[in-house]
Design a protein around this ligand. Structure first.
Ligand SMILES: *Cc1c(COP(=O)(O)O)cnc(C)c1O
Length: 440
């Protein structure tokens, strides 16, 4: 379906590939703020080295909750500090600040409160078993934040500056909140960008706020249990559509999904598995990507495959965990075509598995289950990590995932080692060690 151009602008600029093109030419500068003035001096960029820190006085620091504190399930607990940086279209980025975590002041007219000019990231900072503080591939989250801001007309920024700010906040608060002698604790990092201009007109906001805070979350991964229960979405609802913005982590994707998610919880399911279109194309589950391990039919070779939705249609989020699962599986699991299988011996004893990113349907999963070819399913994401799927409710039937989870378990162990610095994965390049002595 092609739509007519609006006001001479190319509508394709709204698609994922359009944003990719825009990023090539605009980022990391302030993406076409004003193009009418003849070569204006460049506006100040976001610059982490200008960070101004105002620390909370020792007497006012919050008590650290124990990991078993039941209030943590409410996910309301922040650490002591937060980072903010303001942008406006005439003066660019101002110096970022680190100060006490506190409510924001926003005009009731603020763009984000009306027009969903809001996007975010979700990451974790881990206190490793070797005492080090680590982020997991954080540059990917910062680049994705830039894609999301660009999609909703919020300003661009150099992603590496956001990473420096994230590291600064972690270095400030992790000493107390993730003590070095308590390995295995983590904090959830939430960078968010808001359109803050106080003007009711429907237009590109001329003011924005980048805000980063750390939250204390309970452990959400249902890893050791029998697995999570998914409810496949009804034919009359979709989370995202081609040409839309499902690929961006914008708030506008989440509010409208909460009615379905609430209903799933009431009916005893953990998440919605979002399908797309009449054929029931499998996309992702809640705020996690989705994988299956199945065997192809004998007529198609009877080989094992690890399958997940491809990104081409732009209806699935490009998860950092998803990407990492794919890369690890290709590198560490014996592949059906490669001869250099099992280099480190980690995946030894496992049958070769082919990693496939493609469009696949719920009926294909149902057929595989019915024919005894479905082995495993799991969801992947920062919040739930790698969680095995026990069953999927689809058109009145429960599709039970029978497998023992050997591939799920293998991939989860590799990622756990990288994130928490253990089992020989301490030096892996995906683990970003935060220098706790250096704030910026
Ligand atoms: C955040 C998110 C994911 C997971 O992405 P990660 O980078 O792995 O945390 C998957 N799907 C959706 C819709 C998300 O919002």
């Amino acid at each position: 379906m092609t739509m007519p151009p609006i006001d001479g602008e190319n509508v394709s600029a709204l698609t994922f590939s359009g944003i990719q093109d825009a990023l090539k030419t605009d980022a990391p500068s302030q993406a076409d703020v004003s193009t009418t003035i003849s070569s204006p001096p460049p506006l100040p960029e976001l610059d982490a080295s200008l960070l101004q820190c105002t620390y909370v006085a020792p007497d006012n620091l919050q008590p650290i909750p124990s990991l078993s504190d039941p209030s943590l399930t409410q996910q309301r607990q922040s650490t002591d500090h937060m980072i903010q940086a303001k942008w406006n279209s005439t003066s660019g980025w101002s110096a970022p600040t680190l100060c006490a975590f506190a409510p924001l002041t926003l005009s009731p007219m603020a763009s984000c409160l009306h027009y969903a000019t809001q996007c975010f990231e979700g990451m974790k900072v881990y206190r490793g078993h070797d005492g080090k503080l680590r982020l997991f591939r954080p540059e990917r989250n910062c680049e994705r934040l830039l894609k999301s801001t660009t999609r909703i007309a919020l300003p661009a920024f150099p992603p590496e500056e956001v990473l420096k700010l994230i590291a600064a906040l972690c270095a400030t608060d992790a000493k107390r909140w993730l003590p070095a002698d308590q390995p295995g604790r983590f904090l959830y990092i939430r960078p968010t960008m808001l359109g803050t201009e106080a003007a009711v007109g429907v237009q590109r906001p001329n003011e924005a706020l980048l805000c980063i805070f750390l939250a204390v979350l309970p452990v959400l991964d249902a890893g050791s249990g029998p697995g999570i229960k998914l409810l496949a979405s009804q034919a009359d609802m979709v989370r995202a559509w081609p040409g839309g913005f499902g690929w961006a982590k914008v708030g506008a994707n989440y509010g409208p999904s909460l009615v379905a998610q609430g209903e799933a919880r009431r009916r005893g399911f953990d998440q919605i598995l979002w399908l797309y279109g009449e054929e029931g194309v499998v996309t992702e589950a809640g705020a996690s990507n989705f994988f299956v391990v199945w065997r192809t039919r004998e007529s198609e070779g009877g080989k094992l495959q690890l399958v997940t939705a491809r990104l081409d249609e732009g209806i699935v989020l490009d998860g950092v965990t998803r990407r990492s699962v794919i890369e690890l599986a290709r590198e560490k699991l014996p592949g059906s075509s490669s001869s250099d299988r099992d280099r480190d011996g980690d995946g030894s004893g496992l049958e070769a598995v082919e990693v496939v990113e493609r469009m696949f349907t719920m009926q294909e999963i149902a057929d595989a289950a019915g024919e005894g070819r479905l082995l495993e399913a799991f969801v992947s994401g920062t919040a739930w990590f790698i969680a095995p799927v026990a069953s999927i409710h689809f058109r009145g039937q429960d599709i039970v995932v029978p497998g023992k989870g050997v591939y799920t378990g293998f991939l989860k162990r590799c990622l756990t080692g990288i994130m928490w610095g253990c089992d020989g994965w301490q030096a892996h390049e995906w683990g970003f060690v935060v220098d706790e002595e250096k704030v910026v």
